[in-house]
Design a protein around this ligand. Structure first.
Ligand code: FAD
Length: 401
């Protein structure tokens, strides 16, 4: 079998490496010439995503990130509301990692290339046709084509493959928050290294993690009733955006103002989007995977981890099924419940970040203390304890979670 993979973000190279492990050749086709997008932002990889990478022989210590084992939630006055583990220790000592998106992309792509997987750049996928013998042809904006036995759409939130599979698929949903962040340097905070400290501020949400002496990574979620247009986003020049963030956090406890001041380049704001449900995940030899099938708000800290799980699981289904059509169907059956439940959960968490006196009361007095107590009692977590047994037959209940 030969696979055409569209997109060399996180899902594309991971899926190609997993397919190689399953004995299936793949070529990855990426629209851009540059090696990383989303330059500037960072993300957190949870234990479930790191465990899936380990199936491919990639250790979390190779990713260039730092350990972020726990988070603390605070109110605007600085009162600690609860403290939660971001990943539990498991037998491999895996601890949740926070890593620059661009570093993660480059590392995964470099590793795929080192393993002999072809990645072709400047290949913007535009269309596909299915051949009478069951094969598939992908065409690209530069006029070239590629032929294979299956086509995997790993082309992210604004997937062209998804649009072809189902032109009436609902567009991504705005979740009510603008996102921004940055890397402060030469400034100290009094929280332990790696602890994500998150504050439900009076006007917006602020989070930071101490990476090491003088090195603090932060992000902010700014409520906004409707998605900003590209013109509105462009109007936030770096100086205007810095002044706006300074205003938003002026009345909150914590180091937000110092961190904003100590950040030379603040990542410009962008709309936070998700895809609550994508009706069509596959047809014949064509299927979706990663953000293309189930983008989740960054609030979850799970988008990249789910994408990595996807790649490993799909490869296992393709290994054990006679053809791509049944493998894609089995993949969807095993994945849709988990990812849609998580997307809904992340949306509820995003709603909690939108300041509102009633929500604040219920959240601070009821929900968070309950969440904290439940987390302290639970020994297993359905999100981060998800593990893939590569050697188990794909259609057997394959996971411990
Ligand atoms: C700022 C930010 C912060 C985030 N924080 C977190 C976090 O803390 N934790 C977490 O787990 N997740 C986080 N996420 C989500 C995470 O980045 C995504 O879930 C993950 O990148 C999905 O990987 P993907 O490969 O499916 O899609 P992408 O990473 O978007 O990759 C898609 C690739 O396809 C390419 N492509 C698109 N269209 C075409 C085409 N027509 N032809 C060819 N190639 C194409 C794109 O150029 C891109 O390289 C965050 C996302 C953002 C934007």
């Amino acid at each position: 079998m030969r696979a055409i993979i569209i997109g060399a973000g996180i899902t594309g190279p991971v899926t190609a490496m997993a397919l190689q492990k399953a004995g299936i050749d793949a070529t990855v086709h990426e629209a851009y010439d540059r090696t990383a997008d989303g330059v500037g932002a960072y993300l957190t990889l949870a234990a479930n995503g790191l465990a899936a990478l380990r199936v491919l022989g990639i250790d979390h210590r190779e990713l260039g990130g730092f350990d972020t084992p726990a988070l603390e939630l605070r109110g605007a006055s600085g009162r600690v509301l609860t403290r939660l583990a971001m990943s539990r220790d498991d037998d491999a000592g895996t601890v949740s990692q926070t890593v620059r998106r661009s570093d993660l992309y480059v590392r995964l792509r470099d590793e795929a290339v080192r393993r002999g997987i072809p990645i072709e750049y400047g290949k913007r996928f535009v269309n596909t046709t299915t051949l009478p013998d069951g094969g598939v042809v992908a065409s690209f904006a530069d006029g070239s084509t590629a032929q294979g036995d299956l086509l995997i759409g790993a082309d992210g939130l604004h997937s062209r493959v998804r649009e072809i599979l189902d032109p009436s698929c609902p567009p991504p949903r705005y979740t009510g928050l603008l996102n921004t962040g940055g890397y402060a340097s030469g400034v100290s905070v009094d929280t332990p290294q790696g602890l994500f400290t998150m504050t439900f501020g009076k006007r917006a949400f602020f989070a930071y993690a101490n990476r090491g002496p003088g090195d603090v990574w932060w992000f902010a979620n700014v409520p906004r009733a409707r998605a900003a247009t590209s013109d509105e986003l462009a109007a936030w020049t770096p100086d205007r955006w810095r002044a706006e963030l300074t205003r938003l956090f002026a009345d909150d406890d914590g180091p937000a103002l110092d961190l904003i001041a100590a950040t030379p380049d603040i990542v410009p704001p962008w709309n936070t989007l998700d895809l609550p449900t994508v009706p069509v995940w596959h047809r014949g030899p064509i299927g979706l995977i990663g953000d293309a099938a189930h983008a989740i708000s960054p609030t979850s800290g799970q988008g990249a981890s789910l994408a990595i799980e996807d790649g490993v699981l799909l490869a296992r289904f393709l290994r054990d099924h006679d053809g791509p059509a049944t493998a894609f169907a089995a993949f969807e059956a095993s994945r849709r419940g988990r990812v849609e439940k998580l997307i809904a959960q992340a949306k509820r968490t995003s709603n909690q970040k939108i300041p509102n006196p009633f929500t604040r009361l219920v959240r601070d007095r009821l929900i968070l203390p309950l969440v904290g107590r439940a987390a302290a009692r639970t020994t297993r977590d359905w999100v981060t304890d998800y593990r893939i047994d590569w050697d188990a037959p794909a259609d057997q209940a394959p996971l411990r979670a």
